[in-house]
Ligand binder design. Structure first.
Ligand code: ISJ
Length: 260
C-alpha cells in the first residue's frame, strides 16, 4: 500500500557517483531550501534502502522500479545518455566471441541487467555471471570506471550504452528518481528545480571532483556524455529495455511505468 506523504524531513538516498551529482547538488548544498535528510550510497544500496522504506525517495537504478507496486517514478530527472556514457564499461580480456565468464559490478543493478540483455540478444552468447574471481571480462561502473579508464588500453574497453545504441538506436536510462510514498507537488518541484540548477552549476561540481577527473574531461562527461532530462524518447527506451530484460530473466518482473 502506498503510504501518505511525510510532512517533515523526507529521507532521500543519493547515488554517490559523480554522474549523479548534477541532479541533487542544489538540494544537498541547500541552495534550494529544504529539510530533507540525505544518505549517499552506491546504486545497489540506494535500491535496498528504498525497498526497505528506510528512505522515501532515491535516485536509483531504473530496474529497481519493477520490484514494488508502491513505487512511482518522478516525471523528470534521470541519469541517462544519448549514446556514449563513458563510465559504464566492459573491460575485455578476450575478444567478445570468446567470452565465457563475465564478472559483474556489485554496485550496479541497471548495468548488470544491460550486460545480460546485450549478451543474450546482441551477441547471442551464453555466458556465466560471477561477482568474484577471474573472468574473461569485467563490468565496472561509476567513479571506479573513470579511474580505471585512465590506464586502460584502447580496444580492451566497450561502452555498454554505445552497444545498446548500436543495437536499438535508442538512448539509455540508468537511473531515475523513485518514491515509495505519495509526495507533495511542492516537494516534486524542488527535485525538478534541482536538476535545472545542477546543469548550470557544472563548473562548481567539477571543481569538487578534480581529484578524480580533470575539469575539462569532467565538463565533457557531465554535459556531453550524460543527459538528465527524462524526455519521451528516454521513457520509451526504459520500456524497450524492461521488455528485453524481462524476456532474458535479467529482471524478475515487469510493470507499466507509473509517473507522478
Ligand atoms: C552512468 C552511470 O550510471 C549509474 C548506473 C547505475 C546502475 O548500473 O544501476 C545506477 C545509477 C547510475 O549512477 C554510472 O555509474 O557510470
Amino acid at each position: 500500500m502506498v503510504e501518505k506523504s511525510r510532512k517533515k524531513g523526507m529521507k532521500v538516498a543519493l547515488v554517490e557517483f559523480l554522474n549523479a551529482v548534477p541532479l541533487y547538488y542544489a538540494l544537498k548544498m541547500r541552495i534550494i531550501k529544504n529539510d530533507f535528510e540525505f544518505v549517499s550510497a552506491v546504486p545497489s544500496q540506494c535500491a535496498r534502502l528504498l525497498f526497505e522504506k528506510s528512505v522515501d525517495i532515491s535516485n536509483v537504478s531504473v530496474v529497481e522500479y519493477v520490484n514494488s507496486s508502491d513505487y512511482a517514478i518522478l516525471s523528470d530527472g534521470c541519469i541517462a545518455t544519448n549514446k556514449r556514457v563513458k563510465s559504464v564499461v566492459m573491460f575485455l580480456n578476450k575478444p567478445i566471441n570468446k567470452i565465457k565468464r563475465v564478472k559483474l559490478d556489485k554496485n550496479s543493478k541497471t548495468s548488470v541487467a544491460l550486460i545480460k540483455v546485450l549478451f543474450r540478444f546482441k551477441y547471442n552468447i551464453s555466458v556465466d555471471y560471477v561477482y568474484d574471481g577471474d573472468a574473461d571480462c569485467e563490468l565496472v561502473i561509476g567513479d571506479r570506471a573513470l579511474e580505471r579508464l585512465k590506464s586502460a588500453q584502447e580496444g580492451e574497453v566497450l561502452d555498454l550504452a554505445v552497444e545498446w545504441y548500436n543495437f536499438t538506436n535508442l538512448p539509455f536510462v540508468f537511473a531515475v528518481w523513485i518514491t515509495n510514498r505519495m509526495i507533495d507537488d511542492e516537494v516534486k518541484e524542488k527535485f525538478y528545480l534541482s536538476k535545472d540548477m545542477g546543469k548550470r552549476m557544472i563548473n562548481d561540481i567539477c571543481s569538487e571532483f578534480s581529484h578524480l577527473i580533470d575539469k575539462k574531461s569532467c565538463r565533457d562527461y557531465l554535459t556531453k556524455n550524460l543527459s538528465y532530462d527524462l524526455t519521451e524518447d528516454k521513457k520509451e527506451a526504459i520500456e524497450v529495455f524492461f521488455d528485453y530484460a524481462y524476456r532474458c530473466g535479467a529482471i524478475s518482473n515487469n510493470r507499466p511505468l507509473r509517473f507522478i
